[in-house]
Design a protein around this ligand. Structure first.
Ligand code: ADP
Ligand code: MG
Length: 257
């Protein structure tokens, strides 16, 4: 099922540690397992996605930083990974991009423009956003067709969702009218506590967004994957966590139509 007119999905939440990067790597691998061609874009200066896919940022020819500044073409710095997905890597240089980009007019469009030549090569392009609502998240939301919001189902962790939805609303108004909220993906879910279930039920109602199921279970298997340079779909092939991501990937594709 290869259409090669990429569906561009930003994975965003300004809170750190909610499994954005894990979700990008795992869903990306799940899409690849299903035979799709996948590009993952690391937009976090911490380069966690790049590391977690076994790529050493020190060793790459170029990164998303140079791509955003128009110094290189995205296609020239994309690298293959063992998980079967392609990666547009990040390096720590990206930390200075925020400053540099603030001086450029039309900066919101830079990623969209840079990715345009790649749309026909991939079925899915996923954008891993940093834990802030700064320029890098804005360029991702501007380049995307949809935004998926990973959310940890614990006390108060969903407080920032209103603020994120406001930012999404602004981006829709100013730079990307087609942007859709794909929904919330519950992560780090501990089904043993009734609290988690309650939070899960309330989120959809409170924010009027789709809540995807199954919730991704909390599991120590996820902690082992990044060190191996592979996603959990490879390191714990038949675990509940891997299967949850596979199921969500399938549902996302069906819903996309
Ligand atoms: P973010 O990108 O939002 O900052 P990460 O994907 O880096 O979040 O995840 C934060 C930490 O939580 C990482 O150490 C990761 O391995 C761990 N983690 C992610 N998902 C799970 C899960 N379902 N169960 C247990 N640990 C997880
Ligand atoms: Mg991250």
């Amino acid at each position: 099922m290869s259409t090669h007119k990429a569906w561009v999905v930003a994975v965003a939440n300004q809170k750190g540690g909610v499994a954005k990067t894990t979700t990008v790597g795992s869903l990306g691998s799940a899409f690849a397992e299903q035979g799709l061609s996948v590009l993952l874009v690391d937009l976090d200066p911490q380069a966690c996605l790049t590391f977690s896919l076994g790529i050493d940022p020190e060793s790459v020819e170029g990164s998303v930083h140079q791509v955003l500044l128009g110094e290189v073409k995205a296609a020239d710095v994309v690298v293959p990974t063992e998980d079967g997905v392609d990666l547009l890597p990040a390096t720590i240089e990206l930390a200075t991009a925020e400053q540099l980009l603030l001086m450029r007019t039309g900066r919101e469009q830079l990623l969209k423009t840079a990715l345009a030549p790649l749309l026909k090569r991939y079925d899915v392009i996923m954008l891993d956003c940093p834990p802030s609502l700064g320029v890098l998240t804005t360029v991702a939301l501007t380049a995307a067709h949809g935004v998926l919001i990973p959310l940890q189902c614990e006390t108060l962790s969903h407080r920032g969702v209103g603020q994120l939805l406001d930012t999404i609303h602004d981006v829709k108004r100013m730079t990307n009218r087609r942007l859709k909220v794909i929904g919330v993906l519950p992560t780090l879910f501990d089904g043993r506590t009734s609290h988690g279930r309650l939070v899960l039920e309330r989120i959809g109602e409170d924010y009027g967004v789709t809540v995807w199921e199954p919730a991704i279970p909390k599991s120590v298997r996820f902690a082992e994957a990044p060190a191996a340079g592979r996603s959990i779909l490879a390191t714990a092939r038949s675990s509940k966590g891997a299967d949850a991501y596979r199921e969500v990937a399938g549902s996302l594709l069906s819903a996309r139509g």
